[in-house]
Write a protein that binds this ligand. Structure first.
Ligand SMILES: NC(=O)c1ccc[n+]([C@@H]2O[C@H](COP(=O)([O-])OP(=O)(O)OC[C@H]3O[C@@H](n4cnc5c(N)ncnc54)[C@H](O)[C@@H]3O)[C@@H](O)[C@H]2O)c1
Length: 321
């Protein structure tokens, strides 16, 4: 039976990736230290011991401990290692700054070394943050970025940039075929309600009848990708033989204020907005240039628009209550 390793398996994206892999017939080995994730996200998979196994462990620690518990025949069948373990929201990576640096460097190093022994392909979850506060718009993969290496976001931005450089050098030295997806803002069910990321935060505040909190003028722009579209893109990338980074994200560029209006609208315009001081190094504009991804990963293409995605997510949040 073919198998795959997902680090960060109990997180938002990792858990959806586990679902997609199980659905495709993979035996999935999930790793997570639960620092920002939640076992609830994979509770539906846990009884399926013939399809999924979970180890609560820190990917920065040596991997031998959990590897020793897996049979050699399963290990030989590992086709993919999705390295998604990392704090991802600003609230968490500022709180866990060193852990963030280690997860994307030492943790990724363990994934690459493990892959050597099994001939698996590593897919590393990088981010649009590698572009920093971009001077080029939209951002193509060839843009090198405008990143502050000595500020409160640096632990995340530079960790991901290091991770990309590590994969580049590893591939060169070992003639391996590991790859990188540059993920732009993604949202959907299983996002933690408390990690402060935009859409989940707005929806939570609206549900609680509290004003939506906007940092800065609200004129900053972003794109948003619904989780099922993103996971389809990650799977298509994994299945390709490309090693260069590819952007994955949504098409529609909207201001933060516009997102607030849409969320307000879906809650009957009952809540207001409140403005707060902008956060340090917050990018002003962000939009992926998707031309390369659409060409290479065809027929992949994000299909769920922002209004529909917000409705789906609001419905999920109502059901969780
Ligand atoms: N969601 C997005 O919009 C987005 C955008 C760009 C990049 N990414 C990347 O995708 C990945 C997943 O992000 P997410 O949104 O699902 O965040 P998340 O916080 O929901 O998931 C991350 C998971 O990694 C686990 N983790 C963190 N450090 C670990 C460690 N040392 N050992 C084991 N597990 C560890 C956490 O407990 C959590 O379950 C991250 O690498 C993130 O940088 C996400």
């Amino acid at each position: 039976m073919k198998s795959a390793v997902v680090t960060g398996a109990a997180g938002f994206l990792g858990s959806h990736l586990c679902d997609a892999l199980v659905a495709k017939g993979y035996f999935v080995i999930g790793l997570d230290n639960l620092s920002t994730g939640d076992k609830k996200n994979i509770s539906h998979l846990l009884p399926q011991t013939d399809k999924f196994i979970f180890f609560q462990c820190d990917v920065v620690e040596p991997w031998e401990k959990w590897v020793a518990q897996i049979s050699a025949s399963v290990l030989q069948q590992v086709e993919y290692i999705f390295h998604f373990a990392s704090p991802a929201s600003p609230i968490h990576y500022k709180r866990l700054s060193l852990e963030t640096l280690w997860a994307n460097s030492v943790g990724l190093g363990h994934a690459l070394n493990f892959a050597q022994s099994t001939s698996a392909r590593v897919v590393f979850a990088s981010t649009s943050e590698v572009y920093g506060d971009p001077e080029i718009h939209p951002q193509p993969e060839t843009y090198w970025g405008n990143v502050n290496s000595f500020g409160e976001r640096a632990c995340y931005d530079e960790a991901k940039r290091f991770g990309e450089a590590l994969i580049y050098s590893f591939n060169l030295k070992h003639q391996s075929q590991h790859g990188i997806v540059r993920i732009f803002n993604t949202y959907g069910p299983r996002m933690s309600r408390d990690d402060g990321r935009l859409i989940v935060n707005f929806l939570k505040r609206a549900q609680e009848n509290k004003p939506l909190m906007i940092y800065g003028s609200g004129q900053q722009t972003r794109t948003f990708c619904y989780v099922s579209d993103l996971i389809a893109g990650v799977m298509a990338y994994a299945n390709s033989n490309i090693c260069e980074p590819l952007n994955l994200g949504g098409f529609e560029e909207v201001t933060i204020l516009d997102v607030a209006e849409r969320v307000k609208h879906s809650f009957g315009d009952k809540v207001g907005v409140e403005f707060f001081e902008a956060t340090q190094d917050d990018p002003q504009r962000r939009k992926p240039d998707l031309r390369k991804s659409l060409e290479i990963l065809a027929p992949w293409r994000p299909s769920i628009g922002l209004d529909e995605g917000i409705e789906r997510m609001a419905e999920w949040m109502r059901q969780c209550d």
